[in-house]
Design a protein around this ligand. Structure first.
Ligand code: 9UX
Length: 72
């Protein structure tokens, strides 16, 4: 069963930043679909909790040089 989480992302300064994060999230095993909105600084991720933890998403984002916090 897929779950859904919103992450607040800090440090994005241009549209390519959002695209980079979105691309990375969508490569993670267990992610069904990820979208990143630059204007709202929000990532919305549908994922399978059996395969992936929210912390794994945060770490992937932080590896790219951004900060991520769960918001809902
Ligand atoms: Mo834009 Mo972001 O030139 O990682 S891609 S600042």
């Amino acid at each position: 069963v897929a779950d859904k989480v919103d992450l607040k992302i800090s440090g994005m300064t241009c549209a390519a930043c959002a695209a980079r994060i979105e691309k990375k999230l969508n490569t993670l095993p267990g992610v069904a679909k990820a979208t990143v909105n630059l204007a709202t600084e929000k990532a919305t991720v549908s994922y399978f909790p059996a395969s992936l933890r929210i912390n794994d998403m945060k770490q992937a984002i932080e590896k790219l040089g951004f900060q991520a916090e769960k918001t809902g």
